[in-house]
Design a protein around this ligand. Structure first.
Ligand SMILES: O=C(O)CCC(=O)C(=O)O
Length: 274
């Protein structure tokens, strides 16, 4: 499999609008193992078996519970996309797996003010604008975007502007079928409307490697919040579950070493002991 570096246009699109979508990046055979790896994980470690559709079921680190799911972090397409946007030595920083129920209101995942952290999203069912696909507000990752500059509450758009939040001006619905991949800047406003009671989705969060003092400070801040320690979850092996570490090649370790070290400094009581 060849690597998958983004074109200049794709990188410019991401930097300008804060998201990108890839149609059929994964073939049917790959979709099958990714879906069954997700299901096995959420059922075994994610409380999926008691999901009754009344609320979201969420679990941490969805790619870290089976050896095959861990290989998503070795995949040349994923590494190429992330490498193009964050640098080849990007840091992998966990993620979440979900059976979503109902709508997700508008929010950004971060307010970093620069291209620091991104989220890769796998949606495992066909989703349209009316059945819960991800919506984005293009350009809203930019600190100068009008929504940020004027602190506009997009979720209050009925009172403010007489229109439903799902129809906010400029919104783009990113309709997907399994095999498609989405990626967005953590600072990009996103939402979902009209989904059912078991919308299957999982993510991988990644940041730049921390080469400067500025980035190291951001890294400490990021991992103090978005990590097992930040959520008070015990993996038994610190920042990552042991399957991810025990099956890692030297190439994969490039993406794990710095978050592992920072997590051990921040949360020594959760560090791996053996
Ligand atoms: O699909 C959804 O409902 C929203 C996903 C989301 O908000 C996220 O992953 O940060």
């Amino acid at each position: 499999m060849t690597s998958f570096y983004l074109s200049e246009q794709q990188i410019r699109f991401f930097k300008t609008f804060g998201y990108l979508g890839f149609k059929q990046l994964f073939n049917a055979e790959e979709v099958a193992w990714i879906t069954s790896g997700f299901e096995e994980s959420i059922q075994r470690v994610g409380q999926g078996s008691v999901h009754d559709g009344s609320k979201r079921t969420m679990f941490g680190a969805p790619i870290e519970h089976t050896p095959q799911m861990c290989t998503l972090l070795d995949d040349p397409r994923i590494c190429g996309i992330l490498g193009s946007l964050l640098g080849d030595d990007f840091n992998y920083c966990s993620g979440d797996g979900n059976y979503y129920t109902g709508d997700t209101p508008w929010h950004p995942d971060g307010n970093w003010g620069e291209l620091f952290a991104v989220k890769i999203a796998f949606y495992l069912d066909p989703l349209t604008a009316d059945t819960g696909c991800l919506r984005v507000l293009p350009g809203s990752q930019d600190p100068d975007h009008y929504v940020r500059k004027h602190a506009i509450n997009v979720n209050g758009s009925v009172e403010l502007f007489g229109m439903e939040p799902k129809d906010f001006p400029g919104v783009v619905p990113l309709e997907t079928v399994p095999g498609d991949l989405l990626i967005f800047n953590h600072d990009t406003y996103h939402a979902a409307y009209g989904g059912g009671t078991r919308r299957r989705m999982f993510t991988m969060n990644c940041t730049r490697h921390y080469h400067t003092e500025h980035d190291l400070n951001l890294g400490y801040k990021y991992i103090s919040i978005h990590s097992p320690g930040g959520y008070n979850v015990q993996t038994g092996a610190g920042m990552f579950y042991s399957t991810m570490l025990d099956t890692a090649s030297p190439e994969r370790m490039v993406h794990l070493e710095q978050p592992t070290h920072i997590h051990n400094v921040l949360f020594p009581h959760l560090a791996r002991t053996s």
